[in-house]
Design a protein around this ligand. Structure first.
Ligand SMILES: [Fe+2]
Ligand SMILES: [Fe+2]
Length: 281
């Protein structure tokens, strides 16, 4: 039986990756230029669990607010739309990513930690390299492996062949392409499109394993952030596989020397420690 097409997989997204309707409404409002703080607060308060989680994250050390925030309106006004959007996505993805991914041999919570680390690193790189929209890089980092959730669920038969290729030293993305004709990054890009996310996020997800195909720099940053997260131990790839999957031209463009790379790893490690405290909280 041939593997299902990306279109077939994505047509099942609402069932496989259910995003609570209040959360989807909030992120849509946050993406619109003419929404007010009140509109967003109203939409948010439709979902008490989401509201509580947003306030918890807003009050975490990662965001460093000078005083305790207890109302959604305050959180939105103080942190701004883009940051609240990051928090809402983190809240949604924590639930979706916390399933075990048997096919990828990932324990429950492992993909969440990897994604949270990649998100924090992508945002940090965005700030460090003075890019326009570090919060969108955070969301792209958070969502970059979302395609794995779908492939894991729908491809139990193909996973035997896939794992055999990975054990021979191929990356997951390479093995997926060989077995299925597409990889989890492409599937993730299609999910972002279905969710009508901005291009900066969709491209960051779709091209995180083929960054030179992207027209948006976000893919370069997510490519680096993913590799750095794996290097720092937030993932399960072996060192050799990791080195082979890093695009040298992209590395040379942003981190031209060995010393710069080492320094960046140290800085990224601090970001990861901070954000993983939030993830555990
Ligand atoms: Fe990936
Ligand atoms: Fe990844």
């Amino acid at each position: 039986m041939p593997a299902p097409s990306i279109e077939e997989l994505v047509s099942r997204v609402d069932r496989i990756l259910p995003v609570p309707s209040a959360a989807m409404q909030v992120v849509r409002l946050l993406d619109l230029a003419d929404s007010s703080v009140k509109d967003v607060a109203n939409a948010l308060s439709q979902d008490q669990g989401l509201t509580a989680n947003v306030l918890k994250l807003a009050n975490s050390a990662y965001y460093g607010m000078p005083r305790r925030i207890s109302l959604p309106m305050e959180a939105i006004a103080l942190l701004g739309f883009k940051t609240i959007r990051s928090i809402v996505w983190a809240s949604v993805m924590e639930v979706l990513y916390s399933r075990p991914l048997v096919g990828y041999k990932l324990e429950s919570g492992a993909l969440w930690q990897h994604s949270l680390a990649a998100a924090a690193i992508a945002k940090y790189l965005g700030i460090k390299f003075r890019l326009r929209d570090p919060e969108s890089l955070y969301v792209a980092g958070l969502l970059h492996d979302v395609g794995k959730l779908i492939l894991n669920l729908y491809l139990p038969v193909e996973f035997g062949r896939l794992m055999a290729l990975v054990e021979q030293g191929e990356t997951f993305a390479e093995a997926e392409k060989e077995v299925l004709g597409y990889d989890h990054a492409e599937v993730g890009g299609a999910v972002c499109e279905k969710w009508q996310l901005p291009d900066v996020i969709t491209q960051g997800v779709r091209y995180h394993h083929s960054p030179k195909e992207a027209t948006n720099e976000s893919a370069h940053i997510v490519h680096l952030a993913n590799a750095i997260a794996l290097t720092l131990g937030q993932g399960t790839l072996g060192a050799a596989t990791l080195a082979a999957s890093l695009d040298e031209e992209i590395v040379a463009k942003y981190v031209p020397t060995e010393e710069a790379w080492e320094r960046l790893l140290d800085e990224a490690r601090e970001q990861v420690i901070l954000v993983l405290q939030v993830g555990k909280g």
